[in-house]
Design a protein around this ligand. Structure first.
Ligand code: PGA
Length: 247
């Protein structure tokens, strides 16, 4: 696990984009795993800039998103479909046929989840998976106590996650109670992981992820077992770490 600490959010985001762009340039038909939330927004802005100014080409890239709220149609402005098109996909030359985001309105959820897993395998697996982290240590919507071997499935959201996300909805009651999420086991099969965290609200979760024991109570801590994981932080998110991590 490589822990990289940058001074601020902007520098962290540029470093993340540089790493994603390197994969896209080396393998134009790569498979990228995307995440939603506030944290990757700076990375997405930088990828858009690289596409516009440097010609970074996404036309052959296949994408898989980590998760989606159950019960929100793709056109709902808080769905992760909407988020991805609004904040990234509409601004780059990604081919919509190669975009995969879990379907929050799937009637046969179990069948959908099995299909999603199959699609990832058929695409050759994910080359680089971008991850945020919850203040409770979740990755995607794998909340504390999620099986570290889990696959794509439906999961209830933790109360603290619903509270954290209530800011985006008109009222706390409107926050969905469940999500379809890639499992921890699914995520761990990506060839590279790029976990981003910014701000002091994440410092405790990062300290437990990087320096604590591997535990289902901190699902992100499983990255310690990954062969090619980069944990990319700004200095506020790194504030709880006790070891020295060289540049
Ligand atoms: P955030 O969410 O990037 O909005 O902090 C991350 C997460 O909950 O996984």
């Amino acid at each position: 696990m490589l822990v990289l600490i940058r001074d601020d959010y902007e520098t962290m985001s540029r470093e993340a984009a540089r790493r994603v762009a390197t994969v896209v340039r080396r393998k134009p038909n790569c498979v990228l795993g995307f995440a939603t939330g506030s944290t990757p927004l700076g990375l997405y802005r930088e990828l858009i800039r690289m596409h516009r100014e440097e010609g970074l080409d996404f036309s052959k890239v296949t994408t898989f998103n980590l998760d989606e709220y159950v019960g929100l149609p793709p056109e709902h402005d808080q769905s992760y479909h909407y988020f991805m098109w609004e904040n990234l996909f509409s601004h780059i030359n990604v081919d919509r046929r190669f975009v995969h985001i879990p379907h929050g309105m799937a009637e046969d959820v179990e069948g959908f989840c099995a299909w999603y897993e199959r699609r990832i395998a058929e695409a050759g697996g994910i080359d680089v998976q971008i991850l945020g982290i919850g203040a409770n240590g979740h990755i995607a919507f794998n909340e504390p106590s999620s099986s570290l071997g889990s696959r794509t499935r439906i999961k209830p959201l933790a109360g603290t996650t619903r509270e954290a996300n209530a800011r985006f909805f008109a009222s706390p009651d409107e926050v969905p109670t469940h999500a379809i999420t890639m499992g921890v086991g699914t995520i761990m099969e990506a060839r590279k992981l790029l976990l981003l965290a910014s701000g002091d609200a994440k410092a405790d979760a990062i300290a437990r992820t990087v320096e604590g024991p591997i535990s289902a109570m901190v699902p992100a801590s499983i990255v310690q077992l990954h062969r090619d994981a980069v944990v990319l932080l700004d200095s506020a998110a790194a504030a709880g770490l006790t070891l020295h991590y060289p540049e």
